[in-house]
Design a protein around this ligand. Structure first.
Ligand SMILES: [Zn+2]
Length: 264
């Protein structure tokens, strides 16, 4: 929860609840009092949890899928916040720029990104899950104080992921991985629809992984996304040599995301 997020909370408390707060990014007594007036937030929540819950609440009212209002910051809230700030800045949600289905003949060993091809190759969404082990700790990008040595993904893609991470470790070494933020894991399996779309996300099959979500927001292009920089070329080469697709490298959007589903 940074100052910008608190400013969003304060200005929305002013707009929706006439709270008359100074928008200074400091969650002081007046802001806390205003949050107490918001009926969807349980009174026993601590201030930080209420701030997060309020962002989830506002996003939901604005037609953004923020998941349940639980006051916890995770990948879904992170993306809802990103959509919300876009809407507050531009007055509308972004156009759905995402082509959702790709048809024809796959040029690689993985299926094309379309529901029929994905179901045929991987099975139904959320099924056939296994684990990918990492040779170095992966920090949760939404909570870097916590880390994991493995994560759930489709069992068909797990070996490829493990080969990539091993090559990345051999090439960069741990200190450089940490400096570059290549250990910031943003989630893999998530049985949900595409953000701003109607089809299943490739995450629903456990065939996509997000990395360093804070510095590679959904709608950022190569001018802003950290993973677009030249020092990450080897990282992407490792994924691409396994047949995986970077939406950043292919379409200059969603640079956090890599998927075992082809666009062509
Ligand atoms: Zn993703």
């Amino acid at each position: 929860m940074n100052k910008d997020m608190i400013k969003v909370v304060q200005s929305e408390l002013n707009r929706m609840h006439n709270a008359n707060l100074v928008v200074d990014g400091d969650a002081g007594a007046k802001t806390q009092l205003a949050l107490q007036q918001v009926s969807v937030l349980p009174t026993n929540w601590k201030t930080k949890r209420k701030l997060i819950g309020f962002i989830q609440h506002v996003a939901t009212l604005e037609g953004i899928d923020a998941g349940s209002i639980d006051g916890r910051w995770g990948p879904q809230t992170e993306n809802a916040y990103s959509e919300l700030t876009y809407k507050l800045e531009h007055g509308k949600l972004p156009e759905p720029w995402r082509q959702e289905e790709f048809t024809g003949e796959s040029s690689g060993q993985w299926p094309l990104q379309n529901e029929a091809a994905m179901n045929a190759f991987y099975g139904k969404v959320g099924t056939n899950q296994g684990k990918a082990n990492s040779p170095y700790p992966l920090k949760f990008s939404w909570k870097p104080s916590k880390s994991t040595m493995s994560f759930t993904c489709h069992k068909k893609v797990a070996p490829a992921i493990e080969r990539v991470l091993q090559r990345v470790l051999d090439h960069y070494g741990l200190p450089e991985i940490q400096r570059l933020g290549l250990d910031l894991w943003g989630g893999a399996l998530a049985v949900r629809k595409m953000r701003g779309g109607s089809k299943w996300s490739t995450h629903a099959w456990g065939t996509s992984i997000d990395w360093d979500t804070a510095r590679n927001k959904l709608r950022w292009g190569k001018d802003r996304a950290s993973l677009a920089r030249p020092e990450y070329d080897f990282w992407w080469k490792c994924w691409e040599e396994e047949g995986a697709v970077s939406l950043g490298r292919e379409q200059d959007r969603d640079w956090m995301h890599v998927q075992f589903a082809r666009l062509k």
